[in-house]
Write a protein that binds this ligand. Structure first.
Ligand code: ATP
Length: 454
């Protein structure tokens, strides 16, 4: 049965993802990506990069540092604001995010904007019981710093404190001028980057959905708010196109949720989240935020640098506004795995198949010799194909089992070299999704694969 447990079990046993620090008993909520998982990550990042940066004339890329001057976080509002209100149940000692306790019971309320005393008051007045034990006796709220703090250099004092970035976006804002000057880009244009972010989340979990170390794929799109174009809608549509047309995510499995006025973050003029129906419930997958010119203005004020933009034709001088489509790589992977995982009844039992988008399947092709006698010839075919495709080779076990193994890791094409191959110079090609087999001339094989993978 398809549920969170069967999905996780499958992903772990197939070598996509391992528990982090496993041989030492693990480190809670940390995950290591195995040979197949790392391949999936690389390919998905590449697909995002091609779609949003390389093949999009509006945008350029960036790779900024994880560690930044602490002033960045002071002026972005992260230091001081980027913390969660924590509350403990005195009866069972369970710990919760106090604002989430309210929002889980009353989804229409935005507790994120309440002060701590207001939250405490609301919980008591509305009798929001401990979800674990049903008690109503909580500690006072303590604020929990979400940024990971460390120090750099040999002297460990106040001045050596640095933070691991909790989002990649700020690295883009502080480089806005550098990028604009060196690329001579005119508004509108975007800067995108992919990189690790760190948040000391209080309630990580749901496998790779919420972790403390994760990768973000973010685009900051700068524009003149007077240019008459609705860039917010434009980027919502681009994200939707990427999800449905490039990744094949079904429209039935996600939902676009516009934040209400009360729910908006202090810096945002409008935000729409793409929420996905994960197997544990609905959760934010991709956020598209209209950030106004909050960030550039804040860094302009904080750094004293002129971060405005002057239109070369009209001479109009403005601080550009920003639309930010931001997605977590691992969350997107979880959505894709959820979407792709299928249990199908077949002749001799159930087959588990990952119907991954062909472009991101760890292997595109598997070469399988039918029997030992064909090993050498099949190996030769493998060595030829690997120059152009991502190919794996498997000679162990009966052919049915080998097909199942490739289904389980999502390989779109299996090629079997059999008794007749030497005589008819052809191989049997099997399709992952339909399980249909056809005979293809070896000389036509590469064209066949290229066509199939489009
Ligand atoms: P959430 O409400 O789930 O904590 P958020 O609104 O704080 O998310 P943003 O700050 O908008 O998230 O970050 C943009 C994207 O980064 C999210 O849509 C999500 O895909 C990803 N992301 C954020 N936090 C995490 C995390 N702890 N683990 C994995 N991905 C994350």
């Amino acid at each position: 049965m398809k549920n969170m447990e069967t999905l996780i079990n499958h992903i772990k046993t197939q070598g996509f993802i391992f528990q982090g620090s496993e041989i030492y008993g693990g480190l809670a909520n940390s995950w290591d990506y195995g040979p197949l998982g790392s391949e999936l990550k690389h390919k998905l990042k590449d697909l995002w990069w091609s779609y949003f940066i390389r093949n999009n004339h509006l945008n350029v890329g960036l790779d900024s540092s994880i560690l930044m001057n602490t002033q960045v976080w002071k002026n972005s509002g992260h230091l001081g604001n980027f913390n969660d209100p924590l509350i403990d149940c005195k009866k069972c000692n369970s710990r919760f995010r106090a604002d989430k306790l309210i929002e889980d019971k009353f989804p229409e309320i935005n507790a994120g904007n309440m002060s701590n005393p207001e939250i405490e008051d609301y919980i008591v007045k509305n009798k929001i019981l401990c979800p674990k034990c049903g008690g109503l006796d909580y500690t006072k709220i303590r604020n929990f710093e979400l940024m990971f703090k460390t120090s750099q250099g040999v002297i460990n004092d106040e001045n050596s404190i640095v933070y691991l970035r909790p989002e990649t976006a700020q690295g883009i804002f502080i480089n806005f001028k550098n990028v604009q000057r060196t690329t001579r880009k005119k508004l509108p244009f975007g800067i995108g980057q992919i990189g690790k972010s760190f948040r000391n989340e209080i309630t990580p979990g749901n496998f790779i959905f919420r972790t403390r170390e994760f990768e973000q794929m973010e685009l900051e799109f700068f524009f003149n708010p007077n240019d008459g174009i609705n860039w917010f809608e434009y980027w919502i549509n681009q994200v939707e196109k990427f999800l449905t047309e490039v990744l094949g995510i079904s429209k039935n499995n996600y939902f676009k949720r516009a934040h209400s006025k009360e729910e908006l973050a202090h810096y945002s003029d409008a935000t729409t989240d793409f929420e996905y129906n994960f197997l544990f419930g609905r959760g934010e997958l991709w956020g598209v935020a209209h950030r106004g010119n909050f960030d550039l203005s804040a860094h302009q004020k904080g750094s004293g640098e002129d971060l405005s933009y002057t239109d070369s034709i009209t001479n109009e001088k403005i601080v550009p506004h920003v639309i930010e489509p931001s997605v977590g790589l691992e969350r997107l992977i979880l959505a894709i795995l959820t979407e792709s995982y299928v249990e199908e009844e077949v002749e001799n039992g159930t087959r588990v198949v990952l119907k991954l988008p062909k472009k991101i399947a760890p292997y595109q092709v598997a070469v399988l010799p039918l029997q030992k006698q064909q090993n050498a010839a099949a190996k030769e075919l493998f060595n030829d194909l690997i120059k152009e495709f991502d190919v794996t080779y498997d000679e162990s076990g009966n052919i049915g089992k080998r097909y199942r193994r490739q289904d389980a890791i999502g390989t779109p094409i299996c090629i079997t070299y059999d008794f007749d191959s030497e005589n008819d110079e052809s191989v049997t090609v099997r399709n992952r999704d339909t399980m249909l087999q056809e005979r293809i001339l070896i000389s036509k094989l590469k064209d066949y694969i290229k066509n199939d993978l489009i």
